[in-house]
Design a protein around this ligand. Structure first.
Ligand SMILES: [Zn+2]
Length: 604
């Protein structure tokens, strides 16, 4: 679309980088021995040399409960799939019912290592992150997460986010002898004893009266599936080695946050808030995942005893602690201050925080750019108190941060001066629009398009375009050269005809199916029908090309249909026309046809 606008509508799209900058970026990107990875916090991109990266990755792997797995990726995926299908059949599900929980063309999850730029003293370690999208258990995990999520948010100590925590602070009456403490569990997720937790979950599900509103599945069946998803946690490292997790919650899977929450609720009720086991029950104890905020009423001498008690409970769950300094204590993203009558808050940022919320020159509509200031102001007003000038300090800092990111001082001042703090009201008008269009952003053209479409009741959101991070980041394990979620074209060597198809499977597997159809004289197959008519023609399997990528099923069908139309002129082997399109598409067909004839398709 961007090329189209540029070419046919005389709109000059100015890049927001200089020629010199682009040249340097290209060089950096081409430098293979440099791994480019995101920073763990903030939006920075980190460059690390390859051998350092591999060492840091190995350090993290050594600290995990994992085993090297010597089976091939294909064998593992097949094994997990079979295990899931067996479980579904045992539950009495039919194939058409369980197939939506299986992943087509699954891959093994990949480990990557964002760098903790805020930890220079530990030589900038990495934080292991595993991307589980397209893992064979991805879809069933999502379903299970929906089922167990309500169990995880019921703990008394549960903090949803900073705004929720700030509301909680309002309810507390402060006594003179209170001391603020914060605790956190060293790598909590991998430390959760998983078998014990699964039986806890089964108990909870058995006593959950609302379970039947969420699913027809029985508690035993749900925990059985949870067990499979946890046991079958595999990932691939930078060098392509595969590892299997042996304990702890499954790294990177959607179910892990809730499983951890359920275990921690049990742990707190059993060992911390239980007077039979703990002589020092804190006045206030709340937790956001692995970070605890605590008000301690037993004096300084007892703090080390309590910490020692915590660390003796369960060898895997080990705590570190921080005590307030002169009444001040950082907790998550807040800087908390103990006053005589209440706890006040300001914003806390780690030293490595880049303060980059948005660069004004980045390719975004102006209203959105200014909206970012407003949302930061909203955060400042909701979280910061006026005592000790915390709010004023935060607003001053935001003002400087935006101005140094290229915002006009006048704009920043005006927004700060006229800002009125209120609960964000819903955009009624936008809510009534039922259709949403997601398009790239071209300054000028897109803003006008958005205005016009709003009148037609269509919401327009803009895709995030190229960013420096996206351009540079190359970290992670080797990428497979197999392709899926594609629209492809298979031509004939002897004439101009071609076959257009779409698939969510691996292309090489789809190609094999076509070849089998031809061999078996399958008259439902377009390629076979072409050969039946012209027995002397030869299919150019090696000249097959990928026309497009699309994950979404309907969008892919739609694209396939457009390509079928576009190639119909030169002749297609397809037996059907593809998805039916609204006639309005015919208006842009000539333009698309021209673009496509000019494009060189990437050979498979
Ligand atoms: Zn032919």
């Amino acid at each position: 679309m961007v090329t189209h606008v540029q070419r046919y509508h005389n709109i000059n799209i100015k890049p927001n980088t200089t020629k010199k900058e682009r040249k340097r970026l290209k060089e950096l990107r081409a430098q293979d021995d440099l791994i480019k990875i995101p920073a763990d916090k903030g939006t920075a991109t980190v460059f690390e040399n390859e051998s350092n990266y591999v060492t840091k990755e190995q350090d993290q792997i050594n600290a995990m409960d994992v085993q090297r797995c010597y089976k091939s990726e294909k064998a593992i995926i097949r094994h997990v799939r079979t295990r899931l299908i067996e479980a579904f059949k045992e539950m009495g599900l039919l194939e058409k019912e369980y197939s939506r929980y299986l992943v087509t063309a699954a891959v093994i999850a990949k480990l990557s290592l964002p760098i903790k730029t805020h930890k220079p003293d530990d030589n900038y370690p990495g934080r292991p992150v595993v991307n589980q999208i397209d893992d064979p258990t991805y879809k069933i995990c999502k379903e299970l997460q929906k089922i167990i999520h309500p169990l995880a948010t019921k703990a008394k100590s549960f903090i949803k986010d900073s705004f929720h925590f700030k509301e909680m602070l309002k309810e507390i009456k402060i006594e003179d002898n209170y001391i603020q403490l914060s605790f956190d569990v060293r790598s909590l997720f991998p430390s959760v004893p998983i078998r014990q937790t699964l039986s806890l979950i089964q108990n909870k599900l058995q006593n959950d009266k609302s379970l039947k509103d969420r699913t027809k599945w029985k508690p035993k069946q749900i925990t059985n599936l949870l067990e499979i998803c946890t046991e079958e946690t595999h990932f691939m490292d930078y060098q392509g080695n595969i590892w299997t997790q042996t304990d702890g919650t499954a790294i990177g899977k959607s179910i892990s946050g809730d499983i951890t929450g359920i275990y921690m609720e049990f742990y707190e009720n059993e060992y911390i808030l239980n007077p039979q086991k703990n002589a020092f029950i804190p006045a206030f104890w709340v937790r956001q995942v692995d970070d605890v905020y605590c008000l301690w009423q037993y004096g300084h001498e007892t703090i080390p005893i309590f910490l020692a008690y915590l660390n003796s409970i369960e060898s895997r769950i080990q705590w570190t602690m921080e005590i307030e300094q002169e009444g001040h204590l950082p907790f998550v993203d807040l800087n908390l201050c103990r006053q005589a009558y209440r706890i006040t808050a300001g914003i806390y940022r780690k030293k490595s925080h880049t303060l980059k919320y948005s660069t004004f020159s980045s390719n975004r509509p102006r209203s959105e750019q200014l909206g970012i200031i407003k949302s930061m102001l909203h955060r400042a007003y909701s979280l910061c108190d006026e005592e000790e000038g915390q709010r004023e300090k935060e607003i001053g800092l935001l003002s400087n941060a935006f101005i140094s990111n290229g915002y006009h001082p006048k704009d920043v001042d005006r927004i700060i001066k006229t800002y009125e703090f209120k609960k964000p009201k819903e955009n009624k008008e936008a809510e009534n629009r039922t259709d949403t269009l997601c398009i790239p952003y071209v300054k000028g053209a897109s803003d006008r398009l958005r205005k016009q479409l709003a009148k037609e009741g269509v919401n327009v959101i803009f895709k995030k375009g190229q960013t420096l991070g996206r351009y540079l980041i190359n970290g992670g394990p080797p990428k497979s050269d197999r392709k899926k979620n594609i629209i492809y074209k298979i031509p004939c060597t002897s004439c101009n005809f071609c076959y257009i198809g779409e698939t969510s499977q691996w292309f090489d597997e789809r190609e094999k199916q076509h070849k089998r159809c031809v061999k078996n004289c399958d008259s439902n197959n377009g390629i076979y029908k072409h050969l039946e008519k012209h027995p002397d023609h030869v299919i150019a399997w090696d000249k097959a090309t990928i026309l497009d990528y699309e994950r979404n099923y309907y969008a892919r069908k739609m694209k396939e249909s457009i390509y079928i139309d576009l190639f119909a002129k030169t002749g297609i082997m397809n037996l059907e026309d593809g998805m039916k399109k609204n006639h309005c598409w015919s208006a842009i067909m000539p333009i698309l046809r021209k673009e496509i004839s000019e494009r060189n398709f990437h050979e498979l």
